[in-house]
Design a protein around this ligand. Structure first.
Ligand code: ATP
Length: 277
């Protein structure tokens, strides 16, 4: 929905997604997330940062509804989508609302070609078997490289091409809200830079709100409007991204001093060392 359309429906000022004091439990007893309140406004890119196990993926999964199939449950608080209470709604309903989740680990269908993988993106509209080349145009517009490898089995594509493919496939859904889990994982710095620049372009031109969970704090805050930092299932810090990068604890612990692409885990070790020295 464009900003104008949102205004016309009267929900222009509501966040696209909002978590209100949310607690998430797996298997009825494992407390993964507690007391989390956060939101993403229309058209924003929001960064969700933190180390392994902090709870970033869990939050994305409960927003997209996928968490339910992993025996995750919001046991306290509420998840709102454009003001509507969608707490514990399933993945089908969330896809129907225009939420697309790009899971960690570049989940391509390895035995299908790049084209067949893209075609899966039409599923939302029930057009899995009826497609037309125009449907791919949005994919090629942002990732022209894909046009040259349409017949390649996705399993043989490089890590960068697979990441482009999963983002392109998500774009074919024409989402309102795109959830990205670790898009920089395992990619060379130059590729991460290119992909993040493309995400900004997509955000601006397609008016897609994005929530990006990543450990590459510098890159992610570099493109984000707002950032949240998680540890042990809770939000430790949050601020507009340009203010967050200036904060001492972020500079010291989350961005490190060893180079622009240092990841949280590198500085986490530093933080632990520092505690004991
Ligand atoms: N399906 C599941 N069942 C039970 N516990 C889970 C499940 N998924 C995650 N957890 C646990 O919930 C906690 C938060 O994990 P989560 O994957 O959300 O963290 P994360 O910040 O995304 O880290 P990573 O970057 O490693 O994915 C961890 O302790 C994890 O072991």
């Amino acid at each position: 929905m464009t900003a104008d359309a949102a205004d016309a429906t009267g929900d222009g000022d509501l966040p696209v997604v909002e978590l209100d004091n949310v607690e998430i439990v797996y298997d009825r007893h494992f407390l993964a997330v507690q007391g989390v309140s956060m939101s993403a406004d229309e058209g924003d890119i929001v960064a969700l940062l933190g180390p392994n196990g902090a709870g970033k993926s869990t939050i994305l999964k409960m927003i997209s509804g996928i968490g339910r199939s992993e025996r995750g449950e919001v046991t306290r608080g509420r998840v709102l989508y454009r003001g509507e209470n969608v707490t514990n709604d399933g993945a089908n309903e969330m896809v129907g609302r225009g939420i697309t989740h790009i899971l960690e680990g570049r989940r391509v269908f390895e035995d299908l070609t790049v084209e067949e993988n893209l075609r899966c993106g039409l599923y939302r509209e029930g057009r899995r078997f009826r497609f037309d080349e125009d449907d791919y145009q949005i994919a090629f517009e942002y990732f022209p490289q894909l046009e040259d490898i349409m017949d390649l089995k996705a399993g043989y594509a490089s890590g960068g091409q697979q990441q482009m493919l999963v983002i392109a496939r998500a774009l074919i859904h024409r989402p309102n809200l795109l959830l990205l889990d670790e898009p920089s994982l395992g990619l060379a710095p130059k590729l991460v830079r290119d992909i993040f620049e493309t995400l900004v372009e997509i955000n601006r031109r397609e008016d897609i709100t994005m929530l990006i969970a990543d450990q590459n704090a510098k890159r992610t805050l570099g493109i984000a409007d707002y950032g949240y930092v998680m540890e042990n299932g809770q939000i430790e810090l949050h601020d507009p991204a340009d203010e967050l990068v200036q904060r001492e604890e972020i500079k010291e612990f989350y961005l490190g001093t060893s180079g622009e692409d240092s990841r949280y885990t590198d500085v986490r070790h530093y933080k632990i060392r520092k505690r004991w020295t």
